[in-house]
Design a protein around this ligand. Structure first.
Ligand code: GLU
Length: 471
């Protein structure tokens, strides 16, 4: 069988992690089976669908590398097709026109509620052949079987059974002639030869209705897999605060696409205890039966942990490419200072995100105007003056050719020896002097990357600062 899956978002908001995970699972299933993955935009709700949401979905998927083989198809461009299927159904009798007024339906519903019955259409027009004038408004209803069961074998949740008695004669076309949501999905899945529908569990109740319509059309019924919800760490539906952000917001916050993909695949799917998956591994190993039935909890700490892993594990040139965007966003001019490969080598294992790297990189490229207050108070005091003077002089005489970690370390060590003081008494004031803070990568590497002249200037500034403070 040629596997064909689809991602069918309603573009009413940006692409969030829940949608991205559904897209990923459908995509992985298609790729694992060498099938096709289709993108379909379900934009029939004209009041709620927006072009911004469509852009967000397309950008988010492209950034993640979830590519589609067909589409994007737009439901709004398929209206003629839906209407022609409705006409055929009317002709074949699998659908009928319903002229019931709103008032009649309201009274009917009220009665059903009073009698503690589930409110549903009573079938008044189902077999009523009364003549109606051309201009009398009507909806088209699907003639749902009255008896029997709808059974489907959900690939995640097992057998699911609905009784036809529970199902309504669904409206498939409104009085204004527009087709309804469940109907469009059915026609699309049919026309697009979808073999596997992987979607959120909030669609389980739609499935028996869709299966009945598919059967009435003589279409193949796809296999269904309904994925559970993602919860915030507080156990309630994922909110923005707990991670339900626009996928592109994760980019802005300095996550790599590999991180988010790896995070999302594990959010509900597993392969033993393995946590790290490259995309090709995901494709090789993915299966629907390893998706969990229970809901998953979003954990930002794990996302950060994965990001740090990928920052250090992926080819450095690639990380640099991703970092460049953040450097530009931060308006940092990197023409003078360490190259970005050196920067990532220095900061990669200290930073959880590319934003952290970009924002911690300033002192390599720009002068800072103030020392961190706490750091200065602790380390830039009178006792630091002499070590700073001496180490400055030793650094100043290192020639260009010898400006390396070994010689810088030697200058620091030599200062300690000369003054008979421990290394931190030189190292910490020196670190605050050259970086403005008390946190930095290994000192000699940092100084090497900052450069000799810049380092000397900054040590002089620190000495001035101490002198002024003392006065
Ligand atoms: N458009 C629906 C949604 O965004 C998905 C429909 C489906 O996958 O069948 O929730």
């Amino acid at each position: 069988m040629n596997i064909r899956t689809r991602f069918a978002p309603s573009p009413t908001g940006y692409l969030h992690v829940g949608g991205a995970r559904t897209a990923l699972y459908s995509w992985l299933y298609a790729r694992h089976n060498k099938g096709k993955f289709i993108l379909r935009i379900e934009d029939t709700d004209l009041k709620r669908a927006t072009p911004e949401a469509i852009t967000s979905i397309i950008n988010g998927m492209s950034w993640l590398g979830i590519d589609w083989d067909e589409g994007p198809y737009y439901q709004t461009k398929r209206m003629d097709r839906y209407n022609s299927v409705i006409n055929n159904m009317l002709k074949s009798g699998t659908a009928y026109k319903c002229y019931c007024s709103k008032n009649r339906l309201d009274v009917m519903r009220k009665k059903q509620i009073e009698q503690h019955k589930k409110p549903r259409y009573d079938g008044y027009c189902r077999d009523n052949h009364k003549k109606h004038s051309m201009d009398e408004p009507y909806v088209v209803r699907f003639r749902n079987p009255k008896k029997g069961l709808v059974v489907f074998n959900d690939q995640i949740r097992g057998r699911i059974i609905f009784s036809n008695e529970e199902l309504d004669d669904l409206i498939i076309s409104r009085t204004d002639g527009s087709p309804t949501y469940n109907f469009c999905v059915v026609v699309d899945d049919w026309d697009m030869n979808i073999t596997h529908v992987i979607r959120g569990e909030d669609h389980i109740n739609n499935t028996p209705r869709q299966i009945n319509i598919l059967k009435a059309l003589g279409a193949n019924v796809p296999t269904y897999a309904h994925v559970s919800m993602i919860l915030g760490h507080n156990g309630v539906k994922l909110s923005k605060r707990h991670g339900a952000m626009n996928v592109m917001q994760y980019r802005k916050e300095g996550y790599l696409p590999e991180t988010l993909l790896n995070y999302l695949v594990r959010l509900g799917w597993s392969h033993g205890n393995q946590e790290i998956f490259s995309v090709s591994e995901m494709i090789n190993l993915f299966s629907l039966d390893a998706i969990s039935k229970s809901s998953s909890v979003f954990n930002i700490k794990k996302l950060q942990w994965l990001n740090q892993h990928y920052i250090n594990a992926l080819p450095i040139e690639y990380v640099v490419l991703q970092l460049q965007w953040h450097i530009a966003q931060n308006n940092i001019d990197t023409r003078i200072g360490p190259n970005l490969v050196e920067l990532v080598t220095l900061l990669g294992n200290r930073c959880k995100t590319l934003v952290d790297i970009a924002s911690s990189s300033r002192y390599f490229y720009e002068e800072f105007h103030e020392f961190d207050i706490k750091a200065a108070k602790k380390y830039l005091n009178l006792t630091a003056c002499r070590p700073l003077h001496i180490v400055r002089n030793k650094l100043a005489i290192i020639s260009d050719e010898k400006w390396d970690v070994e010689h810088i370390n030697y200058a620091i060590q030599d200062t300690c020896n000369e003054l008979s003081i421990e290394i931190s008494k030189v190292g910490m004031p020196l670190r605050v002097a050259v970086t403005g803070t008390s946190q930095s990568p290994t000192l000699a590497y940092t100084i090497k990357a900052i450069g000799r002249n810049r380092s000397i200037d900054r040590i002089n500034k620190a000495i001035d600062f101490i002198t002024k403070e003392v006065k």
